[in-house]
Design a protein around this ligand. Structure first.
Ligand SMILES: [Mg+2]
Length: 381
């Protein structure tokens, strides 16, 4: 099997006036995604997603990857990241950069999708002998909204939908943080897992004050309390508090993640399967993390394609150091509950995270069927 074409497809969905939302560092008024469609000489199609500004990363895929990937065997996915780091693809200076890593990821994941389809096996089986049939979805919700939404509303909806875990946005002020966390915990109940996400909006001093005020609410992890580049801030927090720290959605590639794990400042690393470098890089990161006794849980804020890739990866996350048959820790899986038709409408059969469990597809490759008429509806090139 050989690749005969690589096509980036930029997508957009404007949210409409007054409907912008996001985290404490800013809100977005448009949902976007960049799909990568890779076609093989026998007509098989593989899909990936590059998580980056759509027109920019689409151009990058055309400029750096299209010619380089045509003619490759899908098994070359194993070394595609190496080709990017060495400059064989894209030139020596740009391999480690965020947009190049996102472009690489979209193409690399599409090659794995082809590979799975050629073998008739889901990607999770190609990545790991040990894989889970289901993961535990957590509602990523309680966003900061332009329209001043009552934070209780989205959490009540998450509980009605059967979620047993949730992650909420905080980081505007200590008083607001306490209000939002208390609201979430009261609605979720004592048994549910609750995570908080600051999107790096505090200094270590501010974060410490906030965490001390909310730690009584039994938090499973605290995400990006300080900016990703503030390693000393993470270290200060880790020395001072007992709640696990998480980071990684703003990290790219094996070198940045290796630094993050080796600094020994976080308990959970969170690669995104739309920009971490691809499945082969993510599999390496899983080994790296567990070798250092750090957990790995993907960050997911993608369209249906990046979501499908993340589910395949999450299904292979090792339970080490616990025995796999005795692990009491669920594989928590981020499921965005905000408006995004690119998550729901691109698939013939959308994912259903309700009821507290998310099945991992068993069909070959990413295990999804793309509705190409829906893709065309959101296309912006
Ligand atoms: Mg986050």
């Amino acid at each position: 099997m050989r690749v005969v074409s690589v096509e980036p497809i930029p997508l957009e969905h404007p949210l409409g006036s007054g409907r912008a939302f996001g985290g404490t560092r800013g809100v977005t008024d448009t949902r976007t995604a960049t799909l990568v469609k890779v076609t093989a000489d026998d007509g098989t199609v593989g899909w990936g997603e590059a998580f980056a500004p759509p027109r920019t990363v689409a151009t990058l895929i055309e400029e750096f990857f299209a010619d380089a990937v045509v003619g490759l065997d899908p098994w070359d996915a194993e070394t595609l990241a190496d080709a990017v780091y060495t400059g064989e693809i894209g030139g020596y200076h740009f391999g480690r950069q965020a947009f190049t890593q996102a472009a690489l990821t979209g193409v690399e994941v599409a090659l794995w999708d082809l590979r799975g389809k050629a073998l008739g096996k889901p990607v999770r089986e190609l990545l790991s002998g040990q894989s889970h049939d289901a993961v535990t979805p957590y509602a990523s919700t309680m966003y900061i909204t332009e329209w001043g939404q009552d934070p209780a509303e989205p959490m009540e909806r998450a509980v009605e939908e059967g979620f047993t875990a949730a992650k909420i946005k905080i980081g505007r002020s200590v008083e607001d943080d306490v209000h939002r966390v208390r609201t979430a915990r009261e609605i979720l109940g004592d048994d549910a897992r609750l995570m908080v996400d600051y999107n790096g909006n505090y200094t270590a001093t501010d974060a410490l004050e906030s965490i001390r005020a909310i730690e009584e609410f039994d938090l499973t992890w605290i995400e990006e309390p300080v900016p990703p580049e503030d390693v000393d801030g993470y270290r200060r927090l880790r020395d001072a508090i007992d709640v696990p720290l998480a980071a990684g959605e703003a990290h790219h590639g094996r070198f940045e993640f290796t630094d993050l794990v080796r600094e020994n400042v976080v308990d959970v690393v969170q690669p995104n399967l739309g920009r971490c470098g691809g499945f082969a890089e993510a599999r390496y990161l899983a080994r790296l993390a567990t070798t250092n006794n750090v957990r790995i849980r993907p960050h997911v804020w993608n369209s249906a394609v990046g979501l499908a890739a993340a589910i395949q990866f999450a299904a292979t996350v090792p339970s080490y150091p616990m025995r796999s048959d005795r692990s009491t820790r669920p594989i928590l899986f981020e499921f965005d509950r905000s408006e995004n038709p690119l998550r729901n409408e691109l698939l013939a059969e959308p994912f259903d995270p309700t009821g507290g469990e998310l099945s991992v597809p068993d069909a070959p490759g990413l295990g999804i069927e793309i509705d190409e008429t829906a893709v065309e509806r959101f296309r912006v090139d």
